[in-house]
Write a protein that binds this ligand. Structure first.
Ligand SMILES: [Zn+2]
Length: 304
């Protein structure tokens, strides 16, 4: 199975947001926050949020948010004011004008502050669930929202439902025989000189280690020995958690593209990766905000 595009993930492994999860059961939390002028609201329409500047979200006061959105509690700001998300369907990006326009996470995720990046990822993840999952998956009844937007309860069968997160592994592969080699792949949907790590969703009943070995075998043909965890990154397209690994191949010569999902695989020298990271030459690596970039850069710098 193919994981979503992993080339533009913001803020790997950093949290940046006080979720104040212990408050979600407080009765009337969202109503109270909406009547507090100090509260700041992140409006999300489809995949887009309004920008105050090219590198900053536009946070609005509750009174400035149009009617009709779905509301959720994102957490607390440093001054303890509440942070809410107000989520609207995709067609409503003309809700109001923003100083720097509206943008999706893919475009601005790498330039936002840690705080804004985390809020955007959280708001998008929660927002998709709020809009897309109003019915009980067990019996089909309309569910009731609870926990300030973080859970749903079915009034018919009594089940409780929560936003799902789907784990996906993303793997940089080095060589057991030559630690100065890194194996990357070029997805069939990309340009011919664009290379990145190997990635895929974890299947039902599968451990992360097994998923790493399976995905690497399927996409690159090699078997890996040592597998080490390097960090993670939430990515709400649609609801992924990217888990980054470095794996050591034990049969370098077996490397070959699967010819379907992966159009080419290639062993790169440390010098070649260094030049590509510097933007020199024809090879294009993942963007600097992505966990794929961090896996590659860490290997190049000898940090992994
Ligand atoms: Zn039900």
């Amino acid at each position: 199975m193919t994981a979503p595009d992993s080339t533009s993930h913001p803020q790997p492994s950093r949290s940046g947001l006080d979720r104040a999860a212990e408050e979600r059961l407080t009765p009337g939390l969202i109503d109270a926050a909406r009547s507090d002028a100090a509260t700041r609201v992140l409006v999300i329409a489809g995949d887009a949020a309004p920008l105050a500047a090219p590198d900053a979200l536009l946070w609005r006061s509750p009174d400035d948010v149009p009617d009709g959105g779905q509301w959720a509690f994102l957490g607390r700001d440093e001054d303890r004011s509440a942070l809410l998300a107000a989520v609207f369907p995709a067609q409503e990006t003309d809700l109001f004008e923003a100083p720097a326009g509206w943008a999706g996470l893919r475009r601005v995720g790498g330039t936002l502050s840690v705080h804004d990046g985390a809020a955007f990822v959280t708001g998008l993840s929660l927002g998709r669930w709020l809009l897309d999952a109003p019915f009980c998956p067990a019996c089909g009844s309309q569910t009731l929202l609870g926990e300030a937007g973080w859970s749903r309860r079915c009034p018919s069968c009594g089940r409780q439902h929560f936003p799902r997160t789907d784990p996906a592994v993303i793997v940089a592969i080095t060589s057991a025989s030559d630690p100065d080699l890194l194996l990357l792949g070029s997805n069939a949907l990309w340009g011919p000189e664009r290379y990145s790590c190997f990635a895929g969703f974890v299947e039902a009943g599968e451990s992360l280690e097994s998923a790493v070995r399976r995905e690497v075998r399927e996409e690159s043909g090699v078997e890996v020995g040592t597998v080490s965890y390097r960090g993670s990154q939430a990515w709400p397209y649609p609801r992924s958690l990217m888990l980054g690994f470095l794996a050591v191949a034990v049969d370098d010569d077996a490397a070959h593209a699967d010819g379907e999902e992966i159009a080419a695989v290639r062993w790169f020298t440390r010098d070649e990766i260094g030049r590509a990271l510097a933007g020199e030459g024809d090879v294009v690596l993942p963007g600097t905000a992505s966990i794929a970039h961090r896996l590659i850069a860490d290997w190049h710098a000898g940090r992994s």
